[in-house]
Design a protein around this ligand. Structure first.
Ligand code: ARG
Length: 456
């Protein structure tokens, strides 16, 4: 307990170990709604980043925007034909997405759209300018979501940034005798992983081509010891192919690349959550709705104005992170927001409860008294914290931290109901115990980016 009380937030965090890890996460596509799948990637990737940082890694948090590719032909043409500057200003992503949907419904625009993308790739000044505006407006909107979530990135990169490096990839693959021509297109054969299409017959590049260039560039820049891609499991084959191509190219750091493939969000009925009643779900609406519900849940209590936001964040973060990343997760906001059970608000509530006992109390010297069973359990549990953090890093699995936090709170609540603190014979010791509990819980939750609140 004295160590915990002394080190506080730094309790057991590791010193810099000179190792670097790049984490590619969230990575939404511009001019498209920030999807619910991107939310999973954001929450899980962010926790993985926190956990590595706590263990002494230098972490590069990387947002790799989907800002390139043939859809932009459609969007640019669509905007020229049906765009509305006012709507673009008011609700950019929605407007651009509507245009994209409209253009995709009618194949009579297909060939012209393709030409538009070719022109964009070729550097057409007018189109590039327009595309830049779309990118800027989309990023601005994404940043609003990140600011509510409290998630930050060190680098905003994107597929477009590798447009001029793709020829080099093709040449390098040729030189290394990996590229094979197949009815005008260029491919790499990967045995049991099928073939990776590198260049279409019209010369245009693909998602994987850009990812190859990106990975090589990241290694040059950061000399990472590990690179993690937190992306949905539907891209499993893509990443296996990517890592295989890099390996065949002779990059032995390809073995340090990992894809953490998250499962889907399902709704209460076990159906895919991505669209409700056929409508696209907008992340901003989901967050606003959650904050409103959280406000309702604490109506009439004397708490700081930020409390509702923190409850909403805890509900969403914990609702996701209590699941193993690779498993599907049920997105059920009403359940997430409950104050009882395995939920974020329950953890915050337990912290606030502990705080209400010891707030304003000074640490006093204590002798260790004869301990009750539940006190011993609490101390043992706090001692497990470093092993849990290490395991969750080794297994790249933040849910170990979530389970730990929940169990710690359950034990504390049992203590709370059976042991008097203030005014008891063991007061000084128990104050130290409760304060230590608060520090460990705070540390544990901060690895998930959940902020504790003092009152609730
Ligand atoms: N933008 C992609 C998508 O939304 C995810 C990108 C993941 N990162 C990567 N390096 N491929 O599906």
């Amino acid at each position: 307990l004295p160590t915990i009380l002394k080190e506080k937030q730094n309790y057991l965090s590791q010193k810099q170990n000179k190792k670097t890890i790049v984490i590619d996460f969230s990575s939404p596509n511009i001019a498209k709604p920030f999807g619910i799948g991107h939310l999973r990637s954001t929450l899980i990737g962010n926790a993985i980043a926190n956990i590595h940082e706590f263990n002494g890694y230098k972490v590069i948090r990387m947002n790799y925007l989907g800002d390139w590719g043939t859809p932009f032909g459609k969007i640019l043409l669509g905007y020229e034909k049906f765009g509305d500057a006012k709507l673009l200003k008011k609700d950019p992503v929605k407007h651009l997405f509507d245009l994209y949907v409209k253009m995709s419904k009618n194949d009579k625009y297909d060939s012209e759209s393709k030409e538009y993308f070719k022109k964009l790739e070729g550097g057409d000044t007018k189109l590039v300018k327009q595309w830049k505006l779309f990118r800027e407006l989309s990023v601005k909107e994404f940043k609003e979501i990140y600011s509510i979530l409290g998630v930050k990135f060190d680098v905003y990169s994107g597929e477009s940034m590798y447009n001029d490096k793709l020829d080099n990839v093709v040449k390098e693959l040729e030189r290394k005798k990996l590229l094979i021509e197949d009815s005008g297109a260029n491919i790499v054969k990967l045995d049991d992983l099928g073939v990776a299409l590198i260049q279409k017959s019209d010369g245009s590049s693909l998602y994987i081509t850009r990812d190859i260039a990106t990975a090589i560039d990241r290694y040059k820049k950061y000399k990472f010891d590990k690179m993690i891609y937190e992306v949905g499991s539907e891209q499993k084959l893509h990443f296996r192919q990517l890592f295989k191509v890099l390996e065949l190219m002779g990059y032995n750091w390809s073995k340090d690349c990992v894809h953490i493939a998250h499962g889907l969000y399902l709704d209460k009925d076990g159906k895919k959550f991505s669209s409700r009643k056929g409508k696209t779900v907008f992340m901003k609406d989901v967050l606003d709705e959650t904050i409103k519900l959280a406000e309702k849940s604490i109506k009439g209590r004397e708490v700081s104005p930020d409390t509702a936001l923190e409850i909403a964040r805890a509900a969403i973060f914990y609702g996701d992170l209590k699941n193993h990343p690779s498993k599907d997760a049920i997105f059920d906001i009403d359940k997430f927001l409950q104050f009882n059970g395995d939920t974020g608000p329950y953890l915050l509530y337990t912290y606030a409860r502990a705080n209400s006992i010891v707030s304003g109390m000074r640490n006093k010297k204590f002798l260790v008294p004869v301990l009750s069973g539940i006190e011993i359990e609490m101390i043992k549990k706090m001692g497990e914290f470093p092993f849990v953090v290490e395991n969750s890093m080794k297994n790249i699995n933040p849910s170990l931290i979530s389970h730990y936090s929940y169990e710690l709170c359950q034990i504390f609540n049992e203590f709370y109901h059976s042991c008097k603190v203030v005014g008891s014979a063991n007061e000084s010791f128990r104050i130290a115990l409760v304060k230590s509990f608060m520090i460990v819980l705070d540390n544990s939750l901060s690895l998930l980016s959940i902020n504790v609140v003092k009152r609730m």
